[in-house]
Design a protein. Structure first.
Length: 123
């Protein structure tokens, strides 16, 4: 008889419809959060979905909806889409520091973002 450790046990299979519905819901939440970024402000990918910032990029790259994509930047203030994105941000009076967004001034206030995890949250 072969015993399986908890790490080797198979995960229960999820119904494909349920899985697809959850993915659609998560993408809808991401789109809603992007739409809520006001002109003159920015959010980092990780502000929009702290657990899956790459998913935010994927949603932006694949959606056919009109979104303020230019207001989504990297957490360090760098602008992923270059000059075109920078020009759109400057038109909205987003504060800049050289070729980067001045995160301290342009990022939405903390009350509008999910608070960072604390040590007690990680347990």
């Amino acid at each position: 008889m072969v015993r399986l450790s908890p790490a080797n046990k198979m995960k229960p299979k999820m119904n494909p419809r349920t899985s697809s519905s959850l993915a659609q819901l998560r993408m809808a939440v991401i789109i809603q959060r992007i739409r809520r970024i006001p002109p003159g402000s920015v959010r980092a990918y990780s502000d929009i979905d702290p657990e899956a910032p790459r998913l935010v990029g994927r949603v932006l790259a694949t959606t056919h909806q009109s979104l303020p994509w230019h207001r989504v930047i990297r957490a360090d203030g760098t602008i992923p889409k270059g000059r075109r994105q920078r020009d759109l941000l400057v038109q909205e009076s987003v504060p800049m520091r050289g070729n980067r967004v001045d995160i301290a001034r342009a990022r939405l206030p903390a009350s509008s973002r999910k608070p960072p995890a604390t040590k007690s949250d990680r347990k």
